[in-house]
Design a protein around this ligand. Structure first.
Ligand SMILES: C[S@@+](CC[C@H](N)C(=O)[O-])C[C@H]1O[C@@H](n2cnc3c(N)ncnc32)[C@H](O)[C@@H]1O
Length: 431
């Protein structure tokens, strides 16, 4: 029975955790749909010991990963977006602060002394590049990027085996300032040049200083690495599709799962990061962009031929919703069918990885499509119960003020959200 527990001890544990100060590492890079760190932090402490393994099939920018490493647990994660996976990896690498400070100075000096003319250099492909970036911004971004790559091609300050980790830190810090340096309104989830930005531009109030922002970003990000006491915990972040990936080598190895799955038909995560992904050449063409977007669970970009025939799942409650939706809108019915079929595969993977009696904690949101409520939390729990889990607890999570941008976005764009739940499943004993 999926019944909200209004007196959950886990809700109290989480609320206590929310009062505590959070690691600055969580603000390394803007990311929409981030978990609040108190969620992994509270449940890692409640359900695991030091040295245990924590898994997140939707790693995103690595909130669960950071909290796992900080609390000296090992972490395994899967993430389909290569940029997100890299952000999460950088945030969870124990980089040496003193070494970073030295390299920061050297790279900045190199950039400042660089007198090359970048106007004719080839820039990364981005559809409508001129619309998104002023010419001088493109040149400055390119100059920083070139100098980072040149520096790491010749430095002897860093061990060979660690060069990539350090270089990626510099590239991900660059990624972190790209939206601010672009013409896009940073208040919007999806990149767009808003009326507000045009008005500010007309009043001469936009003052982009790419190198200045980069220097400040390097300084603040460098200091974030003081949180990892034990540098030995393992962090493995695999770029892949959680519904298809074969994780047999990790069977029955995980002690806890903490994740927030994508919503149905909601955030086009890829679009929120498109400027950064194009600039860092994680995607190089509209075709690549589309291909990756199509693989993301919950995506709502379907072609007509894809929803000509609507199928069913192995679950009556989900099929009833698919049928109800089919009468209203075929495309939405297909999105629902696809979402639950994909999530079923992820849940089977989760179940295979988790040790018996161990917990999976999920933050899930119900959705609305075509004004119909989809009780995602309840429906995913039905799938979980058919695949080795039992429901341990479910309670409502208060949306905190910090996530107001996302809340506004949800209401404006996707008509989503009635509730955010925390659902706790327990892996059953199979014997
Ligand atoms: C709600 S976000 C997770 C955010 C993360 N907890 C954080 O704090 O940054 C969901 C993530 O799922 C990823 N994703 C979507 N489809 C996926 C798939 N098939 N396999 C793995 N990851 C996927 C998206 O790229 C997105 O980063």
């Amino acid at each position: 029975m999926f019944k909200i527990n209004t007196d959950s001890k886990y809700s109290r544990i989480l609320n206590d955790e929310k009062e505590k100060e959070r690691a600055k590492m969580h603000s390394f890079h803007r990311y929409y749909g981030k978990l609040i760190p108190a969620i992994p932090s509270a449940f890692i402490q409640e359900f695991t010991q030091k040295g245990d393994w924590v898994f997140d099939p939707f790693t995103g920018s690595g909130t669960t990963a950071v909290e796992s490493k900080k609390l000296q647990r090992n972490f395994l994660g899967v993430e389909i977006n290569p940029l997100s996976a890299e952000i999460a990896r950088v945030k969870t690498t124990s980089l040496d602060i003193e070494l970073l400070e030295t390299v920061n100075n050297e790279i900045i000096r190199k950039i400042e002394e660089d007198r090359r003319d970048y106007s004719d250099h080839e820039k990364p492909y981005i559809t409508n590049r001129e619309h998104w970036f002023k010419e001088f911004v493109q040149e400055d971004l390119l100059k920083i990027q070139k100098n980072i790559n040149e520096y790491f091609a010749m430095t002897d300050k860093i061990d060979c085996g660690e060069i990539d980790q350090y270089r990626n830190f510099y590239l991900i810090v660059l990624s972190a300032i790209i939206k601010n340096a672009s013409n896009a309104d940073t208040r919007h989830v999806f990149p767009g040049v808003s009326k507000r930005m045009r008005a500010l531009e007309a009043e001469g109030k936009i003052n982009i200083d790419v190198l200045g922002s980069y220097k400040r970003a390097l300084k603040s990000r460098t200091q974030m690495f003081d949180i990892y006491e034990n540098k030995n915990s393992a962090v493995e972040i695999i770029e892949g599709d959680s519904s298809l990936i074969d994780l047999k080598e990790y069977s029955n190895k995980m002690d806890l799962i903490v994740t927030n799955p994508p919503y149905i038909s909601s955030v086009r995560y890829i679009e929120t990061l498109k400027l950064e992904m194009y600039w860092l050449e994680e995607i190089k063409s509209p075709e690549e962009y589309k291909k990756l977007g199509d693989k993301m669970i919950g995506n709502d970009r379907l072609h007509k031929h894809e929803y000509e025939t609507i199928g069913h799942t192995g679950y009556k409650e989900i099929n009833d919703i698919i049928d109800m939706m089919q009468a209203i809108d075929k495309k939405s019915a297909k999105i629902i069918e696809k979402y639950f079929k994909d999530m079923e595969k992820v849940i089977i993977n989760m179940s295979g990885l988790l040790k018996e009696n161990k917990k999976a904690v999920l933050k899930i949101s119900d959705s609305k499509m075509k004004r119909q409520k989809i009780e995602t939390g309840k429906l995913l729990t039905i799938i979980a119960e058919a695949n080795g889990f039992k429901l341990k607890d479910v309670f409502l999570d208060k949306i905190n003020n910090n996530s107001r941008t996302l809340t506004t976005y949800r209401n404006t764009y996707s008509d989503i959200i009635t509730h955010d739940y925390i659902v706790i499943w327990e892996k059953m004993n199979v014997r």
